[in-house]
Design a protein around this ligand. Sequence first.
Ligand code: PMT
Length: 222
Amino acid sequence: EFGIPLSGFNIMVTAGPTREKVDPVRYFTNHSTGKMGYAIAEEAAKLGANVTLITGPTSITPPPNVTTINIESAQEMYEQVMKRYPNMDVVIKSAAVADYRPISIHEQKLKKQSENLTIELAKTTDILKELGQKKLHQLLVGFAAETNDLDVYAKKKLATKNLDLIVANNVTTEGAGFGTDTNIVTIYDKFLNKMELPLMSKKEVAKNLLLKVKDMLKDVNG
Ligand code: PMT
């Protein structure tokens, strides 16, 4: 057992941004690089878990011993995540999923307009929320990327999305959030126990998070 604490557990991690197409040459996206999610997938595999990584486009090489599935849009991530959900013990949603997509994708490249251009957006499916609604035995971990009132919004997401854990980061703080090799996070569990971590590498954040996950799995599985 020692050294392989997550052995036998199936863990799905989502990472990176999504791309929402406007036309054949343009898309909407965000600043996620995948570093946070890849670090979690890598550490989970080192701890012996069977890891599936569902990832948006990134420039990072996938970690070894991880099943990696590449997606582009929020809808594609939704489909890949949902079909694997029943077989998972743990799902960790560190991806930065678009909340909106263009209502229609233009088949041809949009021509420059003489005036302003308006693109109508439709809401994407909230994957995490649906995972919370369909949760059976799974341990569900969400992220909250906030710019203000971190505690309030994180606790709200924890409750409304039926999560077991939430990892909150203030993405406007130096050394935290998008793109950096480090992060500053606060982890809440569903009993509202609070673990406030100082600035550390995303790898160390991943290790701390997975220790907490392991403890919660132990409570459930004895
Ligand atoms: O990739 P890096 O450059 O390393 O950056 C890391 C990070 C900042 C992306 C990461 O630490 C982080 O905060 N990830 C969550 C980003 C996010 O979209 O947060 P949110 O508060 O908007 O969403 C809350 C949760 O709902 C997230 O777990 C998200 O994956 C999920 N979600 C959101 C929208 C949607 N349609 N479906 C979802 O499942």
